[in-house]
Design a protein around this ligand. Structure first.
Ligand SMILES: Cc1ncc(COP(=O)(O)O)c(C=O)c1O
Length: 377
């Protein structure tokens, strides 16, 4: 008999796989009621009708392999962002880009640095390479850049900054990131993960904050990789399209590490169509901002601490283990994301801001659930 464990490198034995938010179908089967999924920060309004039309039109040609170079989308993104096409690489979602970066730059004996309570894909992609992930404590529910700088050593190759952060929804302003980058040694690449940039830019404009100097970093070929995705505000999570922008030479190494044909033909046409529908995007971020006001107030009124958000989700600090609360919510048709397990905050949950109807149903369900848990009343 083959000893499979012996065949697999030792650093993979303890690796935990990514646990996604519960799927709608699974939750409905478990609770026997129709459910609303507010667990994975998807766009509740769906993709642009232009994207749906493009997917339909391209569907008859899925017998052909897609364009391995994702040429049309890359060119369009380069034009839109005013950078060179060789500074952009399109991948199957930005999580795949994270994996490519880790496989390219990390290995046993090396490390990456990030914060506790940040995106749970960072530990997975880092540890899969045999490298170590150093997670520093949070400051005001977000990144503590001083502590991150202090944790960087000669073996550090990557710093992951999710801006805004998932799951806490906090933001780093552009000046803080500028100062941080100026102090970072040249052997470290910063991954500036801007998955929620559309929501953050909108809030930043409303609240008078300078959000991100990503464009300067890319133009100046700083040691920064800016990650973007079509999974959030563009509503295309199911099609898996994301991209990164950074120094051309570094991107050429990433390109060698990318699996062939990783971006589907439907993903490419849908992303192109989504980019052409600015109105759809604007409506999504505006509705999100209205939902944020309504939900933040309603949840805080129940004595739950809500971290001020710059994204399309809220980090809700209940102060007691939330498993029971999340179970009751699910029985009442609402799926949220408990922040237990790898997230590291068993007394908190994260809820995605939904449509107005979703948000109202969630608040009703949360009130009913709290009433049934004596410690939370
Ligand atoms: C911070 C952050 N980065 C990246 C992603 C990944 O997005 P995708 O792989 O769907 O592009 C997410 C998704 O939740 C996220 O929260």
């Amino acid at each position: 008999m083959t000893n499979f464990r012996k065949l697999v490198p030792a650093h993979l034995h303890a690796l935990a796989s990514y646990k996604p938010g519960k799927s709608l179908r699974q939750a409905e089967l478990e609770s026997g009621v129709p459910c609303i999924k507010l667990a994975s920060n998807e766009n509740p309004f769906g993709p642009s009708p232009l994207a749906i039309a493009a997917i339909k039109a391209a569907s008859s040609e899925v017998n052909f392999y897609p364009d391995n170079g994702v040429t049309e989308l890359t060119a369009r993104l380069a034009e839109l962002h005013e950078v060179n096409p060789n500074q952009i690489l399109v991948t199957a979602g930005s999580t795949t880009f994270l994996e490519i970066i880790a496989r390219t730059l990390l290995g046993p004996g090396l490390n990456a640095v990030t914060s506790k309570l940040s995106f749970i894909v960072y530990p997975i992609v880092t540890r899969a390479t045999g490298a170590n992930l150093i997670e520093v404590p949070t400051l005001n529910d977000g990144y503590d850049l001083e502590r991150i700088l202090a944790a960087v050593d000669d073996n550090t190759r990557i710093v992951y900054l999710a801006n805004p952060n998932n799951p806490t929804g906090t933001i780093l302003d552009a000046d803080a990131v500028d100062r941080f980058l100026d102090r970072l040694p040249s052997h470290v690449i910063t991954v500036l993960d801007e998955a929620y940039c559309d929501y953050a830019s909108y809030f930043a404009a409303q609240r008078g904050l300078d959000y991100s100097h990503w464009h300067e970093y890319v133009r100046q070929e700083r040691s920064v990789v800016v990650l973007r995705t079509f999974s959030k505000a563009h509503g295309l999570a199911g099609l898996r399209v994301g991209y990164g922008m950074g120094p051309a030479e570094l991107m050429s190494y990433f390109a060698r590490m990318k699996p062939a044909f990783m971006v589907s033909s439907l993903g490419e046409v849908a992303a192109l169509a989504a980019l052409a529908d600015a109105d759809h995007l604007r409506r999504a971020v505006e509705a999100n901002a209205a939902g944020e006001k309504f939900l933040s107030r309603a949840i805080a009124k129940m004595g739950i601490r809500v971290v001020p958000t710059w994204t399309n989700f809220l980090f809700c600090h209940v102060g007691e283990d939330v498993s029971n609360l999340c179970q009751l919510l699910q029985e009442d048709g609402i799926i949220v994301r408990p922040m237990s397990g790898p997230w590291g905050a068993p007394d908190a949950f994260r809820v995605t801001i939904g449509t107005r109807e979703h948000n109202e149903q969630f608040v009703g369900a949360l009130q009913r659930a709290r009433a049934r848990i004596p410690e939370l009343k």
